[in-house]
Design a protein around this ligand. Structure first.
Ligand code: PEP
Length: 259
């Protein structure tokens, strides 16, 4: 089974609109020399306020189609009295193809539950967008030996009620919380082991064939120097990159490392 690699940059709460334009243009220039077919799928996730500008750079000014747009979050209701929230259709208006959900920072600081993440995943898939569903354990959970059970629970709850075909289209990002933004990358063999466990859980809920299709990324201090070893693992299909996606040169090096 060959799964197309995917490299996604989560820009978190960084960059003004002008900076976001500059960054996406830098990434597009960095990959210009390559054919789309040789490249991994490339995704950038700016803050909501920069989505229109980044969309314009990708689809109107460049028109290269080599970089896809993602949002970092969404709300699952289509509209209504939900002050401060953004609906999936509002994101789709700017041709976003992916939405990140369940990032540990949203779970930790904004109280997102597995049930909310499941509602978001269903609504995103119903809108024809691909959810990038994040999961991962804390250092305490790892040290207590409950990593696999915790992640299995997160995945089963996130995928509840989703058709097997939609599960296959989704993306999962395994992001050990202790590796996010700390510079401490998870050992590649261990990350691969956990990701293979996630694939087994997906097989239980959606069948082996769909588990072989779903792309599962690793995230947590991915750098240009780590990506080759990570991509050499059997079950790691790409990376969700935070800090290193904020510099076009570093992100382009990571993209090249996945080719
Ligand atoms: C992330 O935010 O999803 C992430 C993995 O961040 P970093 O690459 O900075 O660890």
């Amino acid at each position: 089974m060959t799964r197309k690699p995917l490299i996604a940059g989560n820009w978190k709460m960084h960059n003004t609109t002008a900076e976001a334009r500059e960054l996406v243009v830098g990434v597009m220039q960095g990959v210009k020399e390559f054919e789309k077919s040789e490249l991994p799928d490339i995704v950038v996730a700016p803050v909501f306020t920069s989505i229109p500008a980044v969309s314009e750079e990708i689809f109107e000014k460049c028109g290269c189609g080599k970089v896809a747009l993602a949002a970092q979050n969404c709300y699952f209701e289509p509209k209504g009295a939900f002050t401060g929230e953004i609906s999936i259709d509002m994101i789709k208006e700017f041709k976003a193809e992916y939405i990140i959900i369940g990032h540990s920072e949203r779970r930790q600081y904004f109280g997102e539950t597995d049930e909310m993440i499941n509602s978001k995943a269903k609504a995103i898939l119903a809108a024809g967008i691909i959810p990038i569903i994040c999961c991962g354990e804390t250092l305490e959970q790892r040290e207590a030996g409950v990593t696999d059970a915790h992640i299995a629970s997160q995945i089963v709850k996130a995928l509840e009620g989703i058709t097997p075909a939609d599960v296959a289209k989704s993306v999962i990002a395994y992001e050990p919380i202790w590796a996010i933004g700390t510079g401490k990358t998870c050992d590649s063999v261990e990350a691969n082991r956990v990701i293979a466990e996630i694939r087994k859980v997906v097989a239980q809920v959606a069948g082996r064939e769909n588990a072989d299709k779903i792309r599962i990324l690793y995230g947590g201090s991915v750098k240009p120097s780590t990506i080759k070893e990570q991509m050499a693992q059997s079950d790691i299909d790409g990376a969700l990159v935070g800090g290193a996606s904020l510099k076009a040169d570093d992100f382009v090096e990571i993209i090249k490392g996945a080719m």
